[in-house]
Design a protein around this ligand. Sequence first.
Ligand SMILES: Cc1cc2nc3c(=O)[nH]c(=O)nc-3n(C[C@H](O)[C@H](O)[C@H](O)COP(=O)(O)O)c2cc1C
Length: 202
Amino acid sequence: MNQILIVESSPRGAESASRQLTRKVRERLEVQYSEAKVVIRDLVKDKLPHLDLPTLKAISTKDPAEAEALKKDAYRSDQLIDELMASDILVIASPMWNFGIPSSLKAWIDHVVRAGKTFNYAGTGVEGLAKGKKAILVLASGGVFSEGDWKPWDTVEPYLRQILGFIGIEDVQTVRAEGMNIPPLAIHAVSNGEKAVEALVI
Ligand SMILES: Cc1cc2nc3c(=O)[nH]c(=O)nc-3n(C[C@H](O)[C@H](O)[C@H](O)COP(=O)(O)O)c2cc1C
């Protein structure tokens, strides 16, 4: 185990349920893999720009000379991809915002899901290049989405699983603090999530 990458996206600091749960996940991982380097990619502290035209050109050109000339515009994407590819375990912490992930996390995904780097077109299909990694999704929501009437509204977990699978990460587990906006559930939401952290297979 060389490296653990933790991607944080809640701006709610100490009050954030996803950050509280992520701390638990980190504590478990640090006990189990004391030799591993832990890298924190905090998308609130270090804001990522959305992909713009120069970046798109730099990360999508197939011409090596042009790629070299545009290298500085691909730098951020290159750096984030290197960080991901050097990691054996990826922890993604996400609040649910409007039934989906925050745009800061989507910006990170847009930087790291890149042809030739984290996936390749293979015949009529696609081959993920980030194989062999484990991912843990740490999700927080105001309502309940793991079961019940609102489950179909959740575009967080299905999307994250789909996009991780696309780049070759199939071993994905989820822990949740859910019901944060439903007072009787909110009291236990984080501690229920912490129990799920103890049950993770890592
Ligand atoms: C902008 C915004 C949008 C939200 N949208 C939803 C939503 O669609 N569904 C939901 O169940 N909770 C929603 N919530 C509640 C959050 O998911 C909840 O507060 C959760 O604890 C956020 O994660 P965090 O504590 O790690 O910041 C929203 C909160 C904010 C601030």
